[in-house]
Design a protein around this ligand. Structure first.
Ligand SMILES: [Fe+2]
Length: 286
């Protein structure tokens, strides 16, 4: 395992992603392998119902609903939580019908595909995510038990506004949608496409795209993203999708800053069982 780790770490450092094929892992050996990379892991509270009781508590299954999920950086929209810089997906049961691929979108290539005017706008303006969380979600995400503890935690974070209504947290978080790397490149690195209130792109009319009614995202001045901007983002996203058709025993590792990840729906519901973990590399990739 040490040897596989060293080989994959090298590839990961170079390209930001690596696919290992034909591994004979179960949940616990998968967790064991990921610990070569990270000591700290992120608890994916949006998938609390998919969290596995066995193991160390940081592994979840990926959503089993048959939906398309547009590319996003995991939990980039959550304030006060450092965005995990590495993601791991391990395939136990691949989908047996057409579709169901996971895809990655390289954020620098995607950003460079956008028009100069939109690139400039992302360089000069931040975006605001708005969302509504039930008590269980904020308790799990921030590791707090009371509203007072929650407020104390949120009051320390910049660029956050919030309201508590009947214990539900209505949160507004303003942050950059891009990331600048040391080599001078800029990546589209955010969770915008997973937070859109609506979608009207011809390629997705016949698909069921993940949306949550209470999620919103817009420019920091409150201006909505126009349909033209949203569709330009989706065009660039689609142009750079790298699809992974799962086989049993595949392990996909990726830089969660540099790559957006998403999923295609299958032509009909089928079992598709992937273990998922996100963590913090012991030494940053960048
Ligand atoms: Fe995700």
């Amino acid at each position: 395992m040490q040897y596989i780790y060293l080989q994959s770490k090298e590839a990961l450092d170079e390209t930001g992603t690596v696919l290992l094929r034909g591994l004979n892992l179960d949940q616990l050996t998968f967790e064991y392998f990921t610990k070569y990379f990270c000591q700290d892991f992120f608890r994916v509270t949006s998938r609390e119902k998919f969290r596995l009781e066995s193991g160390d508590g940081f592994t979840t299954l990926t959503p089993t609903d048959n939906i398309t999920i547009l590319g996003h950086v995991e939990v980039d929209y959550v304030p006060g939580i450092k965005t995990p810089n590495i993601g791991f997906f391990f395939c136990e049961t691949p989908p047996e019908v057409e579709g169901g691929e996971t895809f990655l979108v390289e954020g620098v290539a995607m950003f460079n595909t956008l028009s100069k005017s939109l690139q400039e706008r992302f360089k000069n303006e931040q975006v605001t995510y708005e969302f509504l969380w039930e008590p269980q979600r904020w308790e799990a995400q921030y590791g707090v038990n009371t509203k007072e503890e929650l407020c104390k935690r949120l009051d320390r974070i910049e660029n956050v506004r919030y309201e508590l209504k009947n214990d539900w947290l209505h949160l507004f978080y303003t942050t950059s949608a891009i990331i600048n790397f040391n080599d001078g490149t800029t990546a589209f690195s955010n969770a915008i496409l997973g937070h859109l209130p609506e979608l009207d792109h011809p390629s997705y009319h016949d698909k069921t795209v993940y949306r949550k009614e209470t999620n919103r995202v817009y420019w920091e001045n409150g201006e909505a993203f126009s349909i033209e901007v949203v569709n330009e983002l989706i065009d660039a996203h689609d142009q750079h999708k790298q699809h992974y058709r799962w086989q049993k025993g595949d392990l996909l590792i990726f830089d969660n800053y540099r790559y957006l990840h998403g999923k295609e729906e299958t032509i009909e519901w089928t079992e598709r069982r992937l273990f998922s973990r996100f963590g913090y590399l012991d030494i940053d990739i960048e």
